[in-house]
Design a protein around this ligand. Structure first.
Ligand SMILES: Nc1ncnc2c1ncn2[C@@H]1O[C@H](COP(=O)(O)OP(=O)(O)OP(=O)(O)O)[C@@H](O)[C@H]1O
Length: 259
């Protein structure tokens, strides 16, 4: 049982086989009086890439934060079947005085891995995100996309079974964002972690996920759960495929209907 399950008073041994994140009958009221979430049930299977889309303020981040154990549900339960979890937020939050390599090694340092293993894992992650050659640069010398790559590499270094990503590419320019989407799904194709990914972009959701969850306006409920069956790794040109645009249209329509 992980620390997070302990915090949520849920025993992970009660999870259905193959389910890594289980949200059951969850409602969330904040002390301010805001009700963020209403009656959400969601099981995420091991190896699923789930994208959450919904109008601003519908409780997507709250749901993700509950999965991370950072918030408790008011009613219902949230269980996580592992304590091997990586987070990525919109802001890369790098330590400004540390080089790319030292930032990427941080998660392995915190996990107290021996130095040689730290080095080799960090280098593998740096190469995987295309930052080879930039190891000794400081964050202030990096573009927004490179900072996000560094943040992604830092998370990959701890080889998490579950990745929780809250609009990680929201602040990037369009071209960098498309590149990062391609990189992330390539890494997913190789490593098959379980992912929960928040985005405002329907096309980003369809390109990355094998399952798109659509939420209603606050208090957020699940209004649709749509399977996206394209095999991984996905080619950037998939975005021009009529089946891809049909998915985007269907989800956009559901979002409009949910307002
Ligand atoms: N700690 C908190 N205290 C009080 N209210 C909160 C807190 N965190 C979030 N909220 C409120 O709960 C609602 C849901 O917020 P949340 O950030 O989960 O939505 P979201 O769907 O992620 O929004 P966005 O897409 O704009 O990022 C909002 O009305 C927000 O103001």
């Amino acid at each position: 049982m992980s620390l997070i399950d302990t915090m949520n008073d849920v025993d992970a041994r009660h999870l259905t086989k193959g389910v890594v994140i289980s949200v059951s009958g969850v409602t969330k009221h904040f002390d301010s009086g805001t009700q963020a979430i209403a009656g959400v049930d969601l099981d995420v299977a091991q190896g699923d890439f789930v994208a959450l889309v919904g109008p601003s303020g519908c409780g997507k981040s709250t749901l993700l934060r509950m999965a991370a154990g950072l918030e408790r549900p008011t009613e219902g339960s949230v269980a996580l079947g592992t304590d091997s979890v990586g987070f990525i937020f919109q802001e890369p939050t790098l330590l400004p005085w540390r080089s790319v390599r030292a930032n990427v090694e941080l998660s392995a340092e915190l996990a107290r891995l021996p130095k040689a293993q730290r080095r080799s894992r960090a280098q593998r992650a740096i190469d995987a995100v295309g930052l080879g050659g930039f190891e000794s640069q400081l964050p202030r010398m990096l573009s927004g996309g490179m900072k996000m790559r560094t943040s992604l590499a830092r998370t990959l270094t701890s080889e998490p079974e579950v990745m929780l990503l809250d609009e990680p590419f929201g602040a990037l320019d369009e071209m960098t964002r498309l590149d990062m989407q391609t990189e992330l799904q390539r890494l997913y194709a190789e490593r098959r972690f379980t992912a929960m990914f928040i985005t405002h972009s329907v096309s980003e959701a369809v390109f990355l996920a094998n399952r798109v969850i659509v939420m209603s306006p606050r208090p957020g409920r699940i209004t649709a759960d749509i399977r996206v069956e394209f095999p991984y790794p996905r080619d950037p040109d998939l975005r021009y495929d009529p089946r891809f645009t049909a998915h985007v249209a269907e989800i956009s329509e559901t979002l409009r209907g949910a307002r």
